[in-house]
Design a protein around this ligand. Structure first.
Ligand code: 5RP
Length: 232
């Protein structure tokens, strides 16, 4: 088995365990990315076997996958009441704070995570880190108008930004924004940085998800590990 196949089986393992938290009648937030893809595939199998749920997708890619898997979807304009959202993450710290947005869907992911009564994060063990940042840049979604100026203001908080590109052109999110990937070493205070970034005019949202995860499900070579958030 190649290392990639190995990681994929760990992602699938976590995805499979997460679906056990979904009940008949649930409205489910559907995440974006390669781990969320496994969640959608397994949910689709359960729907075809009779599970009655509705999904709210965090991206067009996810909406497409869900439709093909037979999962009925609610429209973007509805006032959803989401029971559980299941999503992946790029990094998870011991307090279950996250960096998300590697796939560029962080804005919709954050809206859906905030709307859900329970947020379940599914990852393979390589996503666990003692401190966020360093090996993974923090995605910051900005409006195109004046983005170099916004980038400078972000860098004034520390670190260097790189405008995200795809196939030689600036990457545009589904909401029509750009992403600045912020390389800034260890993020010692994720809550403070999340707030400071969002105060800069031109910043729409950032990929720090602080205090939002309820349950973390990790696929590891030793099996599935589940960690509940400690709430004060
Ligand atoms: C997309 C995300 C994804 O959840 C994150 O990038 C993890 O993806 P994968 O499961 O493919 O590693 O935040 O915006």
């Amino acid at each position: 088995m190649s290392p990639t196949q190995d990681i994929d089986s760990l992602k699938r393992m976590a995805a499979l365990a997460s679906v056990d938290y979904i009940r008949d009648g649930h409205v489910v937030g559907l995440g974006t990315g390669s781990t969320a893809r496994y969640v959608i595939a397994v949910l689709g199998e359960r729907v075809r076997a009779g599970l009655a749920i509705k999904g709210v997708p965090t991206s067009e890619e996810t909406a497409d996958l869900a439709r093909r898997a037979g999962i009925p979807l609610l429209s973007y304009e509805e006032d959803w009441s989401i029971d559980v959202a299941i999503d992946g993450a790029d990094q998870v710290d011991p307090q279950l704070n996250l960096i998300k947005g590697g796939g560029g869907a962080l804005l919709r992911e954050k809206i859906i995570a905030a709307a859900a009564r329970q947020l379940i994060i599914v990852v393979d063990h390589t996503k666990r880190v003692p401190v966020l940042g360093n090996s993974f840049p923090l995605p910051v979604e900005v409006i195109p108008f004046g983005w170099p100026n916004t980038a400078r203001r972000i860098e004034a908080l520390g670190g260097k930004t790189v405008i995200r590109q795809r196939r030689g052109r600036i990457f545009t999110t589904e909401s029509g924004h750009y992403i600045l990937d912020l390389h800034e070493g260890h993020i010692e205070d994720p809550a403070a940085l999340e707030t400071q970034l969002n105060r800069i005019p031109g910043v729409v949202e950032n990929g720090l998800f602080v205090g939002r995860t309820d349950l973390l499900i990790v696929g590891t070579p030793r099996g599935v590990e589940v960690q509940q958030a400690a709430r004060q």
